[in-house]
Write a protein that binds this ligand. Sequence first.
Ligand code: FE2
Length: 268
Amino acid sequence: MTVTTMHITQIGPGCYNLIAPLKNALGKLLKMKTHMSFVQLSTGKFIALSTVELDAASKAEVDALTQNGELLEAVIGTNPFHGLAFEGFYKMYPNAKYYGTPRHIRNIKSVPWAGSIADDSIRTSWMPELDLQITQGAEFINIPSESYNHFAGVVAFHVESKTLICDDCFSYEDNPGALKRLAGISAKSLNFHPSLYGPALRQSPTAVQEFYDWMLQIMQEWDFDQMATAHGGVMKGGCKEALRAALDKAKPSLEGLAKSRGGKLVWT
Ligand SMILES: [Fe+2]
């Protein structure tokens, strides 16, 4: 299918986002969108975060941005369940280094992965310009309930553009439909992937605390004011406050999750 609405958008200095149609594993077009991002380092090289299926127009834009892939240093699998476009992207840009999540590496054999993004030494390769972290408290390697538990993934902070880039763990809702509003999701809000309230966090007494402490850490350490999310688009401004509001709203549920795991959430 030819898609005519895919364009790379510069969302900040050195930070580019590409929103694309989303298909399921059978190739069926879904109502939701998905995304990938390109971050340019001070060397001039680019790091691609996730991949999408490129049509001819968006391929031409990626070529123009990266000098036909010459400037594409690395392509990173960020969410274990966003993987359908890697094979095609690799065929277009075979000279970059590809780093996958453990699930990408297990399941996509046609890409010669250079390493696992779960490896600290790889994930910190582009510091201090690009900080890559994994959602804490959640299982990232052998993920339970694969059909819907898409919470865990790499969360990126691009310092120059003050952008937090993630896929599924946080999602921006610009104008939610009636069903989402009934579920308590308001306009222009940030929300957690629903699996947070199900199987996403590990079944250990400390998992919820680890997640909460990590949330506080990124909000304290990362000076972000916009956020690019896979299925809700880009939120401009007020993101840290919105993320804090989402965390506060989730407090009773998180306390319940901690209790159900034999732990206790210390809220600060
Ligand atoms: Fe997703």
